[in-house]
Design a binder for this molecule. Structure first.
Ligand code: PGA
Length: 250
């Protein structure tokens, strides 16, 4: 069985003072023996603080974006080697809040995915459809295209040891999570698509994101192809996040 993973996406939330409380509460609530991977992806300026708090714990940390270049004259960007210096072991790539607001293309996302992987950090690739696309019944086509760009540019092996987060855009921040069945259908589709492109798919995790909360986590995580969750709002509350992590201990 694949080990589950729960990732908190703090988005643009937090302050030194509130992070301190949240991180300390997580350390208190989440024990070393918990049989899953737990990650928090924090805003860049808080990586050092997060590293300082979590370095001796079982909780790992990461970022929510990265530059597609190694270094140089790219004002405002942060490189993968900088993230490594702060012990980041995960990076969220292609979150819809970024691809929509900053017009990030599939090619850009694919380049970032490759850069992160090459640096030995685990990329968490977000894919998902809009409500209009779901209502038109083309959600699998849409997700397929998002994956194809990476397959065409770098090959399906690029997905070894990575995480894909299926995040239907209509479910993010909406209180309307996908049903466990809807998530399962898409996760199975993604796994089968990638498996058909490659002989052995090594340790690919497919997690669900979009309004995961303590009430729906267990049912979502019980689906055979749902390997955990990407959690936004509920990751800002230590009790809710702990409860979601507990639901993944199955
Ligand atoms: P949400 O966000 O849990 O607040 O819906 C999830 C995400 O955007 O990753």
């Amino acid at each position: 069985m694949r080990r589950k993973i729960v990732v908190g996406n703090w988005k643009m939330n937090g302050s030194l003072a509130s992070n301190e409380l949240l991180l300390e509460a997580l350390l208190e609530k989440i024990s070393q023996t918990i049989p899953l991977d737990i990650v928090v992806c924090v805003p860049y300026p808080y990586l050092f603080q997060t590293q300082s708090h979590l370095k001796h714990s079982c909780i790992r940390w990461g970022a929510q974006n990265v530059a597609k270049f190694e270094s140089g004259a790219f004002t405002g960007e942060v490189s993968v080697s900088m993230l490594k210096e702060f012990g980041a072991s995960f990076v969220i790539i292609g979150h819809s809040e970024r691809s929509t607001a900053y017009c990030e293309s599939d090619e850009n996302i694919a380049t970032k995915f490759m850069m992160v992987k090459k640096a030995g950090i685990t990329p968490i690739l977000c894919v998902g459809e809009t409500l209009i696309e779901r209502e038109a019944g083309i959600m699998e086509k849409v997700v397929s295209k998002q994956l194809d760009t990476i397959i065409e540019m770098y090959g399906a092996e690029m997905f070894d040891e990575t995480v894909i987060a299926y995040e239907p855009i209509w479910a993010i921040g909406s209180d309307l999570a996908a049903s466990p069945e809807q998530a399962q259908v898409m996760h199975q589709f993604i796994r089968e698509k990638l498996s058909s492109n490659i002989k052995v798919l090594k340790n690919l995790k497919i997690i669900y994101g979009g309004s995961v909360n303590p009430q729906n986590a267990l049912q979502l995580f019980s689906m055979p192809d749902v390997d955990g969750g990407l959690v936004g709002r509920a990751s800002l509350n230590s009790s809710d996040f702990q409860s979601i992590c507990r639901s993944a201990e199955i």
